[in-house]
Design a protein around this ligand. Structure first.
Ligand SMILES: [Zn+2]
Length: 455
């Protein structure tokens, strides 16, 4: 038995108490009244990594919620691994759907219930405990290690786009392990190989200086809602393909291997249709639903407004109409270039008699794709196969984790997901929980993975 293993066993009761203390801090990043709680969580994390034996522990300001950095760099010739996670949490409403208050963590049937239990405090504490076990039991680590924990993941990491390039040297590493994520099921591991990026614009269409009488001006003045509807309709063909010029220019085509891996991930289309209560799925022709959601870019109108919407009739010719449009992007699309394409498209497709202004939205994430032979994921795969006794599924996510592409672009390091959350654990929902079996098994798994990376 490696020395860290007995250390872990011996200290489980204390580790559980610490998890409960961490979960009691209401570090909701989205609500400004909780800013001091996010700061308190940063202080808790910095004290905890200090106690684990890490060095150069710092709480660093970002202009928004802080980040916590720590390192241990005494393994010359070994790789430098940066472990990422976040100590902020989602809001808790609606409160009445929680069995127990969200910041009074409650253990039932070997699960801990609290906001942030799975996403990400429970998962984030796991590598800290693993590192403590290795440092206390043997006095050293098999690799050079950095911790980088943030307090603004749940609001899209708005300051990290500047912070990471400004702290390239501090954060420099060979690879990143993310404690923010999970596995496919209790018996099936996964490897995350791709995330979509995103960008968006608001379109503001303007006709006359004020709403007009439709009897006096209808037929003389362009209706901005009609004009906006025409602009929006011009953005897709009837088969769901985006018709914005240049939109697909930088999209990497799906290889046969990509398609094979996506097809291997279990997916029940009719169950999806039933649970969504839609008559059919719809999207770009020539791709499966999974391929469209994971590996093809999309353009969605998120909202549209303008004109008269109250009770009764008001025969008005509105003066303006608005829409918010966002895109999900895939490798190698560049969000800024896509915004330019959208602006050019709106300009070219604005009907006569109105003006249309295009303003970029504060949503800008590069897509992220990991190459097949990436060494971090290869090491993760070996450990997962050992733990679960089967090959992991190679999955992508249609969503965005901006920090992964920031690490890739500015540190030249790929991120391997190594976390043990599961989809049924209610992340972002009432009664969020984390399996304590995952909490325990993750600690040993991190030790094993760091040893493997050291070899
Ligand atoms: Zn998370």
């Amino acid at each position: 038995m490696p020395p860290w293993e007995s250390y872990l066993e011996e200290h489980q009761p204390r580790f559980l108490d610490e998890l409960l203390a961490f979960l009691s801090i209401p570090s909701i990043s989205a609500i400004s009244a909780h800013a001091a709680d996010v700061q308190e969580a940063a202080a808790w994390v910095s004290a905890r990594v200090t106690a684990a034996g890490m060095e150069h522990v710092q709480i660093l300001p970002t202009g928004g919620h802080p980040v916590v950095y720590a390192d241990w760099l005494h393994a010359p010739g070994k790789p430098t691994v940066l472990i990422y996670g976040h100590f902020d949490v989602q809001p808790v409403d609606p409160l009445n759907l929680w069995t127990k208050p969200p910041f009074e963590p409650d253990v039932r049937e070997d699960k801990v219930y609290a906001r942030g239990a799975s996403d990400d405090k429970g998962n984030m504490l796991v590598p800290i405990l693993a590192v403590e076990a290795m440092l206390k039991a043997t006095g050293s680590l098999p690799v050079n290690l950095k911790f980088f924990f943030e307090g603004q993941e749940e609001i899209g990491s708005p300051q990290l786009g500047e912070f990471i390039p400004q702290h390239k040297e501090l954060l420099a590493c060979d690879m990143v392990l993310s404690s923010d994520g999970g596995q496919w099921s209790e018996t099936q591991p996964l490897i995350l190989v791709g995330l979509r990026g995103g960008c968006g614009v608001q379109i503001d269409v303007k006709a006359a200086r004020a709403d007009l009488h439709s009897g006096m001006y209808g037929g003389m003045v362009q209706n901005p809602i009609h004009a906006l509807a025409a602009i929006i309709a011009s953005m897709h063909d009837p088969e769901g393909r985006v018709t914005v010029a240049g939109f697909y220019d930088d999209v990497l085509p799906l290889s046969d291997l990509d398609r094979e891996r996506i097809a291997k991930v279990p997916y029940d289309e009719s169950a999806e249709i039933e649970s969504l209560e839609v008559p059919a799925l719809f999207g770009e022709a020539g791709y499966t639903a999974r391929e469209r959601a994971w590996a093809r870019p999309t353009l969605e109108v998120n909202g549209i407004w303008g004109g008269f919407q109250s009770e009764g009739i008001k025969t008005v010719l509105p003066s303006e109409a608005h829409a918010k449009v966002t895109c999900r992007l895939v490798a190698d699309q560049d969000p800024s270039r896509v915004v330019e394409c959208l602006a050019a498209h709106v300009k070219a497709n604005t009907p006569p008699g109105v003006t249309a202004a295009v303003t970029p939205l504060a949503f800008r994430a590069f897509p992220y794709l990991v190459p097949e032979d990436e060494p971090g994921n290869a090491a993760v795969r070996e450990v997962l196969v050992e733990m679960y006794g089967k090959e992991p599924l190679y999955v992508r996510s249609g969503g965005s984790i901006p920090v992964c592409s920031l690490f890739q672009r500015h540190l030249g390091a790929y991120t391997a997901n190594f976390a043990f959350g599961l989809d049924d654990e209610g992340a972002h929902s009432p009664d969020e929980f984390f399996r304590l079996s995952s909490f325990r098994k993750g600690q040993g798994a991190y030790c094993t993975l760091l040893e493997r990376l050291g070899r």
